[in-house]
Design a binder for this molecule. Structure first.
Ligand code: SF4
Length: 117
């Protein structure tokens, strides 16, 4: 039986992530990414180093936004596995292009400055 955890735990990469779970109680050493596990993908600690989820979670805590992770192996990263993130808003029922910002339904998307010459 797992114990409840109310704070985000630090990943092996040293960043807080709401989806990381570690159980070190009484000599245990169980670690997992619950978001990847839930989607049936295998997790390894190296994935946390480059994963964008901790930054997304820090920038946007919207509870309507669902993140979907896919582990990919891009050629440009010298065959190192990486986490790719897509986001969907359950309130507006649309894909979220910039998960750090949100879809704009609950909070206005910040306007952009345009400098005309
Ligand atoms: S892979 Fe990403 S989402 Fe999963 S625990 Fe690591 S930082 Fe969090």
């Amino acid at each position: 039986m797992s114990r409840p955890c109310f704070d985000d735990m630090k990943t092996p990469a040293g960043r807080e992530c709401p989806h990381f779970f570690g159980d070190y109680y009484r000599g245990r050493n169980i670690e997992e990414c619950r978001l990847l596990t839930a989607s049936g993908q295998s997790w390894s600690p190296d994935l946390c180093k480059t994963c964008p989820v901790p930054e997304i979670a820090r920038a946007n805590s919207c509870h309507y936004m669902q993140l979907r992770l896919t582990v990919v192996r891009p050629i440009t990263a010298m065959f190192q596995r990486r986490v790719q993130v897509t986001a969907f808003c359950n309130k507006s029922n649309r894909n979220v292009i910039e998960p750090q910002v949100g879809c704009g339904e609950c909070h206005d998307i910040p306007f952009k400055f345009e400098v005309k010459e």
